[in-house]
Ligand binder design. Structure first.
Ligand code: AMP
Length: 218
């Protein structure tokens, strides 16, 4: 039977990093709905053209488009033994559609790790981020400060705050995430698939907890 994992976690919880590790360790393709949309946008496919306006506004692409895109992706041969889903589902409607489509592949969502980090900690993590203009090196006011404030250690270029790392935008992204995912968390909790992982620990501890929790489920 194929193995399907849905990874949940707010912006700043380290979901991307963990997704890469889990995908490699378990040998499952990492399927990020956001990446697929961006790829389609870049190649100006009809899906990309249809999704563009929503993405530009930071809104969700309508369920029918998103669901059929994921169905296509999961039908490909590299997903024969399952997949690690990241960014999908985002709504209960999508979660229900996913359950139906996996039945068709003789599988089900086996586990839903949720990397949990309190809102205040996320805001602190994301708003302290400074990026170098020349090559995109990333620093953090508290966790990884540059030797000289405002200057990149590696190439001496100026450090700036990305538009989406500014406090107001960060708070908005986080609020939207919690509003969107709260019902999903409840949905998977009721299904007995949710695995809560403490995302405030160092990265390697989070990975260890994640893999240990998954080992019991998949
Ligand atoms: P992400 O990189 O996951 O934040 O996704 C970037 C953008 O793609 C989002 O802001 C949405 O416009 C769109 N998107 C990604 N995943 C979904 C989804 N499951 N449902 C609807 N829209 C999505």
């Amino acid at each position: 039977m194929p193995t399907y994992i849905v990874l949940l976690g707010p912006p700043g919880a380290g979901k991307g990093t963990q997704a890469q590790i889990v995908s490699k360790t378990l040998g499952l393709p990492h399927i990020s709905s956001g990446d697929i949309f961006r790829e389609n946008l870049k190649n100006q496919t009809s899906l990309g053209v249809q999704a563009k306006g929503y993405m530009d506004r930071g809104e969700l692409v309508p369920d029918d488009l998103t669901i059929s895109m994921i169905r296509d992706r999961l039908s490909r041969p590299d997903c024969a033994s399952g997949a690690l889903l990241d960014g999908f589902p985002r709504t209960v409607e999508q979660a229900k559609a996913l359950a139906g489509m996996l039945e068709g592949f003789h599988g089900a969502v086996n586990a839903v790790p949720y990397i949990k980090v309190a809102e205040q900690v996320l805001i602190e993590r994301l708003t302290g981020r400074w990026t170098c203009r020349a090559q995109g090196h990333v620093f953090h006011e508290m966790h990884n400060p540059p030797k000289l404030a405002g200057v990149c250690d590696h190439d001496g270029s100026e450090l700036y705050q990305r538009e989406d790392d500014k406090a107001e935008t960060v708070i908005n992204r986080i609020t939207v995430y919690f509003a969107q995912t709260a019902p999903l968390i409840e949905f998977y909790q009721r299904g007995g698939q949710l695995l809560e992982i403490d995302g405030t620990q160092p990265i390697d501890r989070v990975t260890a907890d994640l893999l240990a929790a998954l080992a019991k489920k998949v």
